[in-house]
Structures are given as structure tokens and as C-alpha cells.
Design a protein around this ligand. Structure first.
Ligand code: PLP
Length: 391
């Protein structure tokens, strides 16, 4: 069998590698002027926001939640969708607040109408993500929550470069987020490799500036880059090697570092990678859109598989989510692998056996960086599995 078709966690070109080489050669992995350049670039792309470039999205999330809590100490609950990256409810709890989970719609984003009954006098804020880059109905949420005086966090961690009502995602609500971790739209590495806080509500700028302006520089980013390359980019033998390196590190130094504990500025090297990722963004989005359309065109060949996030409007996804209505996702994953297609399970329990709900039977298929012939192979593999399981 030839090469495996696998989900790409970072689509990098020559420029990204050049920034890495330059910062290593000139000894400016941690400190340097890329950070300033990146802040400027972002300020241009998000003209109505005050931009803080940090080492993670959750750092900005926590800073915002703590400020909201201080301003409205009687409110203790934060609404989040039931389908979300684990780090979000963790961050809410870390702030001494209570996450309240509301249902998602078929497109895996928060069902906005659930906010009408889901908010109460204890609701401090709503965190509204755009899962896999597919935009949620944030305009509607913004109007509703403003009326109720509830803070809105536009969690665009997974998506850059998408405008709704001619405003970039991340620019809605009181604050917005962007993450540069693996499998997002802008990828600079893993483990606190970068993130942005957009302050959109002018009343919050002063307090957040005070908290976030004088941050320390990041340290030790070369070793996390190596980890990222081995585990996420190159995989295979490298992945196994990394496993032993990490174990050895723990054995020798007995360290289990929390990479997110230290809130800092993004490193110079990772800011450089982010600049390259922004430069290639529109080109990458159009390439991915072609792939999504191709999956969409082939959907009719399949009878028990659907792509629930694909709709006619605003399609932009970082990963292709498949819903399997007849075959259990874990079995499907094995059958796909036999045909050379690697898939991943989704967040939380979404990859359990299909039970009639939106949040079941899900699997992540390769999407970004694929050639159309590879998509043919993925669809063929699905078709074959479907046909075989009828007998
Ligand atoms: C990844 C992610 C985050 C957290 O980003 P970090 O940079 O890892 O802190 C927050 N929200 C969503 C929706 C995410 O996907």
C-alpha cells in the first residue's frame, strides 16, 4: 500500500521553515521583532479590536473571565456549548466559575435559540466558538446578549480569515480569541505556541492592558517545536521517538510541566511562523474550500454517511467531519485505515455510536492539504465499506 492519507495538522510552506531557520541561526527564538510585526499585522486585519498577542488563547480567555467576574461578582455561570475543546470548560473552572453546557445544532455549533431560555440572572458570559472554522450565528447572539447585559466571548480559536457581516470572526462580542495551536487555521506549534485576545468592548481595554501589557518573554520553545514536528507533522517513527524522549525527561527530571501556567508573549520564532501562516491564509482557505466542495459533490454517492457541517453558505472548515449512521465510528476508523485512510475521533463523546443526535457517530476525515485524487480515495474507501457491510 502506498502513502497513508491523513489529517494534516499544519499546512506549512517554505516561509514557515525560513522563519524557524532564521530565528535559530540568529539566536532569536524567544525574543525579536516578529512579535511587533505580528501585532501590527493583526491590528490591520482586525481594525475595530485592541490586539494582545499571547502564548495561548486560554490565557486571553482566563484574563477576560477574571475581569468579568470582578465587574459582576454576583454572577457565577458561564455558558458554553456541549461540544467544545476541553481546555475551555477547564479555563472556566480555573477562574472559579461554573460552566453550563447548552446543546449544539446539526452544524455542531451552539444552538443560538437555546440562549433565550438558557440564560438567567446568574449568567456572567457566553463563550461562542466556531467549530472547525464553520461560523456560528454570532450576530444574532451578540444582539441578544447585549440586551441581557451578558458578556459575549467570540471564540474564534479555530478560525482566522473569515468575515461575517463584513467583520472578522474574533471581532464580535466583548472580547474575541484566536489560537495558533495544532489543527487550527493558523498553526505555529503545540503547547502554548500562540494565541490572541481581541478586546472589542472599549470599556475593557484599560483593565486588560494593565494585566497583559508587561508580560515576560517565552522560554524553551525550541523543544516544544521539536515535539510538534515529531508528533504532529512527521509522525510515524518520529512519534515513537518523541514518546521515549518525553518519558526519559520525566524519569530524569521528574517534570510534568504545565505549558500554559506561565502567561507570556508569543515567542519570536512562533510569531514569525504566524506571519507566514497569515500570508498564505487566503490561498489556503480557497484550496480547502475546493476540497470541501469536492467532498460535497461526492456526498450523493454515499447513503449512510453525511458531512453535517457542510451547508451552502460560508463553508470553511479545518477538518471534514463525517457522521456515520450505521457503522460505529471506532470500527469505521479501522476499516478506513485498512484502506490507507487515517481518521481521528472528535472532541468529547461525539465519536460514540450514532444514537439519532447530532453529537454521535462522528469522525474527523483528512481535508486540508489534500489533492482531489486523495479525496476520491477517501470517498471510494467509504463507499466500499458501505457496500460490503450490506452483505
Ligand atoms: C483550541 C481551542 C481553544 C484553546 O486554545 P489554546 O491556544 O490552546 O489555549 C479555545 N477554544 C476553542 C474552540 C479551541 O478550539
Amino acid at each position: 500500500m502506498g502513502n497513508l492519507i491523513k489529517p494534516e495538522t499544519a499546512v506549512w510552506g517554505k516561509e514557515e521553515w525560513l522563519y524557524i531557520a532564521k530565528s535559530i541561526i540568529s539566536g532569536s527564538v524567544n525574543k525579536g521583532n516578529n512579535v511587533e510585526l505580528l501585532s501590527k499585522t493583526l491590528a490591520e486585519k482586525y481594525p475595530n479590536s485592541t490586539v494582545f498577542v499571547l502564548n495561548s488563547a486560554r490565557a486571553g480567555l482566563i484574563a477576560s473571565l477574571l475581569l468579568f467576574k470582578k465587574k459582576q461578582p454576583d454572577k457565577t455561570q458561564v455558558i458554553i456549548p456541549e461540544f467544545i475543546c476541553d481546555s475551555v470548560p477547564q479555563a472556566v473552572k480555573k477562574c472559579g466559575l461554573v460552566p453550563v453546557f447548552l446543546p449544539v445544532s446539526d452544524d455542531l455549533n451552539l444552538n443560538i435559540s437555546s440562549l433565550y431560555t438558557g440564560c438567567n440572572e446568574k449568567t456572567l458570559a457566553v463563550i461562542l466558538p466556531h467549530m472547525y472554522g464553520k461560523s456560528a450565528n454570532i450576530g444574532q447572539a451578540e444582539v441578544l446578549l447585549k440586551e441581557k447585559k451578558i458578556y459575549l466571548i467570540d471564540d474564534a480559536a479555530q478560525v482566522a480569515g473569515v468575515n461575517i457581516e463584513s467583520k472578522p470572526l474574533g471581532g464580535f462580542g466583548d472580547v474575541g480569541l484566536l489560537s495558533f495551536a495544532q489543527a487550527k487555521t493558523i498553526v505555529t506549534g503545540v503547547r502554548a505556541s500562540g494565541g490572541v485576545l481581541f478586546v472589542n468592548n472599549k470599556d475593557l481595554i484599560g483593565a486588560l492592558t494593565e494585566n497583559l501589557q508587561m508580560l515576560p518573554f517565552t522560554k524553551g520553545r525550541l523543544s516544544t517545536l521539536c515535539h510538534f514536528l515529531m508528533v504532529y507533522k512527521w509522525q510515524r517513527v518520529w512519534k515513537r521517538m518523541d514518546y521515549y524522549i518525553q518519558r526519559l525527561k520525566q524519569r530524569i527530571w521528574d517534570v510534568h510541566p504545565d505549558y500554559y501556567a506561565q502567561v507570556s508573549k508569543i515567542s519570536n520564532m512562533e510569531a514569525g511562523i504566524a506571519l507566514a501562516q497569515f500570508a498564505s491564509l487566503s490561498q489556503r482557505i480557497s484550496a480547502t474550500k475546493k476540497n470541501i466542495e469536492y467532498y460535497q459533490a461526492n456526498q450523493q454517492l454515499l447513503t449512510s454517511f453525511t458531512f453535517p457541517q457542510i451547508t451552502q453558505d460560508n463553508i470553511y472548515l479545518t477538518r471534514m467531519i463525517l457522521q456515520s449512521k450505521r457503522i460505529a465510528p471506532n470500527i469505521l476508523a479501522k476499516l478506513l485505515l485498512q484502506q490507507g485512510v487515517v481518521s481521528n475521533t472528535v472532541y468529547g463523546t461525539g465519536s460514540k455510536i450514532f444514537d439519532g443526535t447530532s453529537l454521535s457517530g462522528l469522525l474527523e476525515l483528512p481535508l486540508q492539504g489534500l489533492a482531489l485524487v486523495d479525496i476520491d480515495k477517501v470517498v471510494c474507501a467509504l463507499k466500499k465499506i458501505e457496500d460490503n457491510s450490506y452483505v
